[in-house]
Design a protein around this ligand. Structure first.
Ligand code: SF4
Ligand code: SF4
Ligand code: FES
Length: 528
C-alpha cells in the first residue's frame, strides 16, 4: 500500500487509489465538476488540479493514481491560481442567472466561485455566446445550454448507466453544447438523475422547477415506496408540504440512482389526504374524534364476533405498511380478534413493469416484510371470495389494497360487508365505501422500516408533521386492540421493532441503531 504526503499529512492508501480519494480519506476537499463516484473518469473540467512534487505540471487529482512517496499539495498558491483560472474560463460565457436558477443554493459553480473565484468578469455581457435556454429535452428534464459547463456527466450517465445514449456534445469551441439528437428526446426511466448529477443549473427537474428555493427546504432520510427495490432517498419538505425526493447513496441497493416513477411518488403525501377520523351512517358523515372512532370500530368487530364467531371478521393488510405496523396487525388478528382471515394483497395497479436495473414488478415497498412477519398473500383471493359470499361481517382494510379494481367493483364488493373500516392516508374507492375511515401518517410523517425484495431492512425517518388529525398506523392498530381488551403498551416504532426482532428469527439481533441509515439484510436463517 503506497504511502503519500498530502499537504504535509502522511497517509497510506490501497494500491490504485486516486489522489482525490486519498484526500477524501484525510478530510481534504478538492474541487471537482466532471468527477462523479459512480461514473467513468473523464478528467475534463480541470477543477481538481493539484501540485505533485517532481511532476513538470499540475495534475488532475480525479484521474491520477497515487504512487509510493508521492508528495501532493492541494491548496498552495500555484494550485489556487490554476483553479481560479479554470473557474474564470468556465464562467466566460455563463449567463450568471442565479436569481432565476433552480440550482442556486446547491450549485457547484456558485460554491467554488465563492471559494476560489471572486473575480470580476473580463467579458462584457453582450460578448457572451448565447445558447438555447429552457429546452424540454424529454423525460423529467429541462435543458439550459447557457449554464452548461460541459463536464459530460450527463453524457456518461446515459452511455454507461442507462445505456440509452440520448445526449451528446455537439459544435466546437465556445459554441460546444449538450444536445439530444434531432427529434429523439430522452427516452428512459431514469431521466430525473440527470438533474441530480448536473453540477450546475443546466439540467433541471420539470417537476421541481420554480416551486421553492432550496434553502427553504429541510430534508429527512427515507426509502422510496414506489416498488420493492427500496431505493434510499432524501425527502425534501417545507412545513407540511413535500417538494421533491432525490436518491441517497446506498451501494447495496441503488448506488446513487432512482427511477422516474419513484421520484414522483412523494406527491401522494400532499394530495387527497384523509385528515379526520370519520364515521359514516345512512349517507351522512360524522367526525367524532379518535376516541369515539376507535371505540366504534372495536365495538363493531366485537359485535360481529359475538354474533358470528371470529371467522366472520377479516383483516386485509397492505404491503405498503411498515414492518412494525404489519407485526402489530398480525398480532391483532391472531391474538385479539383470533381470526384466520388475514392476508395482504399481491395485486398491483398498473402493468407491473420491471427492468434489470432497479425497477421491480412488485410496486409495494414491503411485500417481503409482510411475509416475514407472518402475513401471507396466498389466501387473498379466497378471502375476497368470502367477502363476496357475504361471510364477513366486519372488515378492516389498510391503504388502497384493492387499488387494482375499479371504483364500482370496490363498491359492489364492499357492499357485501355490513361494516368496513379503512386505515389509510389518501382518499380512494375504499375510503369512499367504508363506514369508518381512520386517517394514517405517510412515510414522511412517521418513522419505521421496510424490507426490500432482496431482504434488506431499511429505516425511514419522520420529517413533515402529521397531516391534520392523522395518526401513525401502529397507534391506530394498538388503539383498536386495546379497546378490545388487549392491554398493549403504548410503544413507539423503535420499541415495536425490538419486540419484532426478539421473536422473528430473520430480524434477530437488529435494532434501530444497528440498522442505521443504510439498513441490514435479514439473516439467511428463517428467510422467506
Ligand atoms: S448539462 Fe450539466 S451534466 Fe451535462 S455536461 Fe452540462 S454541466 Fe455537465
Ligand atoms: S426502482 Fe423502485 S424503489 Fe427505486 S426509485 Fe424506482 S420505484 Fe422507487
Ligand atoms: S474533476 Fe478532475 S478533471 Fe474534472
Amino acid at each position: 500500500m503506497p504511502n503519500i504526503t498530502l499537504n504535509g499529512i502522511q497517509v497510506e492508501v490501497p494500491e490504485g487509489t486516486t489522489i482525490l480519494n486519498a484526500a477524501k480519506q484525510v478530510g481534504i476537499e478538492i474541487p471537482t465538476y466532471c468527477y462523479h463516484p459512480k461514473l467513468p473518469i473523464a478528467g475534463s473540467c480541470r477543477m481538481c488540479l493539484v501540485e505533485v512534487e517532481k511532476a513538470p505540471k499540475l495534475m488532475t487529482a480525479c484521474s491520477t493514481t497515487v504512487t509510493e512517496g508521492m508528495v501532493v499539495y492541494t491548496d498552495n498558491e500555484k494550485v489556487r491560481k490554476a483553479v481560479t483560472g479554470v473557474l474564470e474560463f468556465l464562467l466566460v460565457n455563463h449567463p450568471v442567472d442565479c436569481p432565476i436558477c433552480d440550482q442556486a443554493g446547491e450549485c457547484g459553480l456558485q460554491d467554488y466561485y465563492m471559494k476560489y473565484g471572486l473575480h470580476k468578469s473580463r467579458f462584457a455581457l453582450e460578448d457572451k455566446v448565447r445558447k438555447t435556454k429552457h429546452q424540454d429535452i424529454g423525460g423529467q428534464i429541462m435543458l439550459d445550454s447557457e449554464r452548461c459547463i460541459l463536464c459530460s456527466r450527463c453524457v456518461r450517465f446515459l452511455n454507461e448507466v442507462t445505456k440509452t445514449g440520448e445526449l451528446e456534445i455537439c459544435q466546437r469551441g465556445n459554441h460546444s453544447e449538450i444536445s439530444i439528437f434531432p427529434g429523439r428526446p430522452l427516452d428512459n426511466n431514469y431521466t430525473g438523475n440527470l438533474a441530480d448529477i448536473c453540477p450546475v443549473g443546466a439540467l433541471t427537474s420539470k417537476d421541481f422547477r420554480f416551486k421553492c428555493r432550496v434553502w427553504f427546504l429541510a430534508s429527512t432520510k427515507s426509502v422510496c415506496t414506489g416498488c420493492a427495490n427500496g431505493c434510499n432517498i432524501d425527502a425534501y419538505y417545507r412545513a407540511e408540504t413535500m417538494y421533491r425526493v432525490k436518491p441517497r447513496q446506498n451501494d447495496a441497493v441503488n448506488q446513487t440512482w432512482m427511477c422516474d416513477f419513484g421520484r414522483l411518488e412523494y406527491k401522494k403525501a400532499n394530495e387527497a389526504r384523509l385528515v379526520e377520523p370519520t364515521l359514516r351512517q345512512g349517507g351522512s358523515d360524522r367526525t367524532p374524534g379518535w376516541d369515539a372512532a376507535l371505540a366504534d370500530v372495536a365495538y363493531k368487530f366485537q359485535e360481529a364476533i359475538e354474533n358470528g364467531g371470529a371467522e366472520s371478521v377479516a383483516v386485509i393488510a397492505s404491503p405498503k405498511s411498515s414492518n412494525e405496523s404489519l407485526f402489530l396487525l398480525r398480532r391483532l388478528a391472531a391474538e385479539v380478534l383470533r381470526t384466520s382471515n388475514l392476508a395482504f394483497t399481491p395485486r398491483v395497479a398498473g402493468d407491473g413493469f420491471a427492468d434489470d436495473f432497479l425497477i421491480k414488478a412488485d410496486k409495494n415497498p414491503n411485500s417481503r416484510g409482510a411475509k416475514l412477519v407472518g402475513i401471507s398473500d396466498a389466501d387473498f383471493d379466497a378471502l375476497l371470495q368470502k367477502i363476496a359470499d357475504k361471510k364477513i361481517k366486519a372488515l378492516l382494510l389498510f391503504g388502497n389494497v384493492l387499488g387494482d379494481l375499479g371504483d364500482n367493483e370496490v363498491a359492489t364488493l364492499l357492499s357485501a360487508v355490513p361494516f368496513v373500516a379503512v386505515v389509510g392516508s389518501n382518499e380512494s374507492a375504499l375510503s369512499r365505501a367504508a363506514q369508518a375511515v381512520l386517517p394514517s401518517a405517510t412515510v414522511f410523517e412517521r418513522g419505521g422500516t421496510f424490507t426490500s425484495f432482496a431482504g434488506r431492512v431499511q429505516r425511514f425517518f419522520a420529517g413533515i408533521p402529521l397531516r391534520g388529525n392523522a395518526r401513525p398506523e401502529i397507534e391506530i392498530v394498538a388503539g383498536i386492540a386495546n379497546r378490545l381488551g388487549a392491554g398493549w403498551k403504548d410503544d413507539d416504532e423503535a420499541a415495536v421493532f425490538s419486540a419484532l426482532a426478539a421473536v422473528l428469527p430473520p430480524f434477530s439481533g437488529m435494532t434501530y441503531e444497528t440498522l442505521g441509515e443504510q439498513g441490514q439484510n435479514v439473516s439467511e436463517a428463517g428467510n422467506a
